[in-house]
Design a protein around this ligand. Structure first.
Ligand SMILES: [Zn+2]
Length: 278
C-alpha cells in the first residue's frame, strides 16, 4: 500500500518537474536568445498553474493528472489539439519509478527523502541537458547548496553519534566533501586544458554535485560509469548516423545515468572491484 502511495507521490512530483521543465524552456534557458529573467517568472515556476505549450491556455485540473490525462487526451491539448511534449509523461513516470526504487532501497528513512529529493533534481537535469544541451544554473546551483546543507546536518549528527543518517553511503561527512572536491577539481582541470570543449561549466557543477551526494569512492564509480555510458551512446549515435564527428553530445545525461546506477549498485560495484584487485 505504502509503495503504491509513494509511486503516486512520485508521479505528482514528476508532474511538477515537467512544469519546471516547460517554464525553463519558456524562459529560454539554453536557447541562443535567453529572455530577461523577471521576478514574475520565478514566481510562476513555483506557484503558477500549468499552461499548454502552444495556446497558453491553463490546463484544467482534470487534464493535469499525471500519466492518466496524457493517455486519455492521447497526448494532445484539449483546447488546440497540438501535441503535448512527451517529456511530460516520461518525467512523470521516471519520477514515480525513481521514488519507488529509492523507497524499496532505503525504506522509510531520511536517506530515502534525500535520495528522492536529489533524484528529482537529477531527472530534471537529465531531461533538460538531453533536449537543450545545457544544465541550467537555476537547477544545479540550488542542488549543490542543498547537498551542502545535508552534509552540514550530517556533520552535526555524526559528531552526535546519532543513529540517524542523511547521507546515502558512509555516515562520515568528510568522504562527501572529498568526493565533491576531487571530481569538481578534476573536471575543472579537464575543462581548462580543453578550453571548455570536453566539458562545460554545467558538467563541472554536476560532477561536484554527484561527488557531494555519493561521496568517495562511490562518486568515482558514477563518473567511470558515465564515461562508459557516454561513449556507448556516442558510438550508437555515430553508427546510426544521427550524429557525426563534429556533433556535440551532452555529457550530463550519461552522468545522471551513472549517478543512479551508483546510488543503487555502488556497493556491489565497489565490492566486485575490491575482489578483483585483492
Ligand atoms: Zn493548447
Amino acid at each position: 500500500m505504502l509503495a503504491i502511495l509513494i509511486f503516486i507521490i512520485g508521479l505528482a512530483l514528476g508532474s511538477f518537474l515537467s512544469v519546471v521543465f516547460t517554464r525553463l524552456e519558456i524562459e529560454g534557458v539554453g536557447s541562443k536568445k535567453p529572455r530577461k529573467r523577471s521576478k514574475k517568472v520565478a514566481q510562476e515556476i513555483m506557484f503558477g498553474r500549468s499552461r499548454c505549450d502552444y495556446c497558453k491556455k491553463q490546463v484544467a485540473w482534470y487534464d493535469n493528472i499525471p500519466l492518466i490525462s496524457y493517455l486519455l487526451l492521447r497526448g494532445k491539448c484539449r483546447n488546440c489539439g497540438k501535441p503535448i511534449s512527451e517529456y511530460h509523461p516520461v518525467l512523470e513516470l521516471t519520477s514515480g519509478l525513481m521514488l519507488l526504487a529509492s523507497f524499496l532501497f532505503f525504506g522509510l528513512t531520511w536517506q530515502f527523502a534525500v535520495a528522492g529529493l536529489f533524484g528529482l533534481f537529477m531527472l530534471l537535469i537529465f531531461a533538460y541537458d538531453l533536449r537543450h544541451q545545457i544544465i541550467p544554473n537555476v537547477v544545479v546551483v540550488p542542488a549543490i547548496v542543498l547537498a551542502l546543507v545535508v552534509l552540514l546536518y550530517q556533520f552535526v549528527l555524526f559528531s552526535d553519534n546519532s543513529s540517524m543518517q542523511l547521507t546515502l553511503w558512509s555516515a562520515d561527512p568528510e568522504s562527501y566533501l572529498l568526493g565533491g572536491g576531487i571530481i569538481g577539481l578534476f573536471f575543472l582541470v579537464l575543462s581548462a586544458i580543453s578550453g571548455g570543449r570536453w566539458l562545460g561549466g554545467g558538467d563541472i557543477k554536476l560532477g561536484a554535485l554527484i561527488g557531494l551526494i555519493l561521496g568517495w569512492p562511490y562518486a568515482l564509480v558514477a563518473i567511470i560509469l558515465s564515461y562508459l555510458i557516454g561513449t556507448f551512446y556516442a558510438v550508437v549515435l555515430l553508427a546510426s548516423r544521427r550524429a557525426d564527428m563534429k556533433s556535440s553530445i551532452a555529457f550530463g545525461p550519461a552522468m545522471v545515468a551513472g549517478y543512479f546506477i551508483a546510488v543503487f549498485y555502488g556497493d556491489v560495484i565497489v565490492h566486485w572491484y575490491q575482489g578483483l584487485v585483492l
